[in-house]
Write a new protein. Structure first.
Length: 241
């Protein structure tokens, strides 16, 4: 069985080009289309090279990273630069915030909006719920869930849509698989599955799937991740503000 992530990394390391749209897969009667996500660790980006080599249908850009305290939290210093470049090239894009359960929900959302101002046509904003939310956090699951609920409500009040939730099955299970977020689009993390990702409950389908991380090359100085969208361009457009 082919390990898609290993193949991608070998191609990058050897200087080979990865035309992401050439590896789109079928899901029932729907195709999967491909995109990328980046943070400040992407470094300098040759967007013309990205467009010609990767041809991403969408790009997610990290706007803010929340750490366990203020000193470890930061805004992406390249966010505005990346966003302007994407706008100039007409590449569909959205913003995400890596969240942390130690932080106050209202403070986090204010930090997010200080860096990123949602605009019509953007992909719905994303709340990134990573390993910081698992059982090692030291916080009761009820408090972690309440914080996520508060952030979802605040994002919804601003943009009129439920935010995308980025997470993985293990982290979500350690929160108790809370069902009240089932109407948020899911961006699932799974680097090991081949045909379909392992979904956290209660979701029965994903919108986006991050299937490979820490890729290099193709016009990007640092690292980027690779993603599928489950559907065609028309369905992707339904995820826009």
């Amino acid at each position: 069985m082919i390990d898609r992530r290993s193949v991608l990394k070998r191609l990058c390391a050897s200087g080979g080009l990865i035309a992401l749209n050439s590896v789109a897969l079928a899901q029932g009667d729907k195709s999967r289309i491909t995109g990328i996500d980046i943070s400040k660790w992407a470094g300098e980006v040759d967007w013309n090279g990205v467009a010609s080599r990767l041809a991403p249908h969408f790009v997610f850009v990290q706007a803010y990273h929340a750490g366990p305290n203020r000193t470890s939290s930061y805004a992406n210093p390249r966010f505005a630069q990346y966003r302007r470049a994407l706008q100039l090239r007409g590449i569909l894009h959205g913003a995400y915030m890596r969240c942390h359960p130690n932080a106050d929900a209202e403070t986090l959302i204010k930090e997010f909006w200080a860096i990123y101002r949602p605009r019509s046509g953007d992909i719905i904003p994303t709340l990134d719920i990573e390993d910081d939310y698992d059982s090692r956090s030291g916080l009761p699951a009820e408090l972690r869930i309440h914080q996520i609920e508060s952030m979802v409500q605040m994002v919804s009040a601003t943009v009129g849509r439920r935010p995308i939730i980025y997470t993985k099955a293990r982290v979500w299970s350690e929160l108790g698989n809370p069902a009240q977020f089932a109407d948020c689009p899911l961006w699932v993390v799974d680097y090991h599955s081949i045909d379909n990702p392992v979904l956290p409950l209660p979701w029965s389908r994903f919108s986006f799937w991050q299937f490979a991380e820490n890729l290099r090359g193709n016009g990007i100085q640092g690292t980027y991740d690779a993603d599928y969208f489950s559907g065609d361009e028309a369905t992707l457009n339904q995820h826009r503000l």
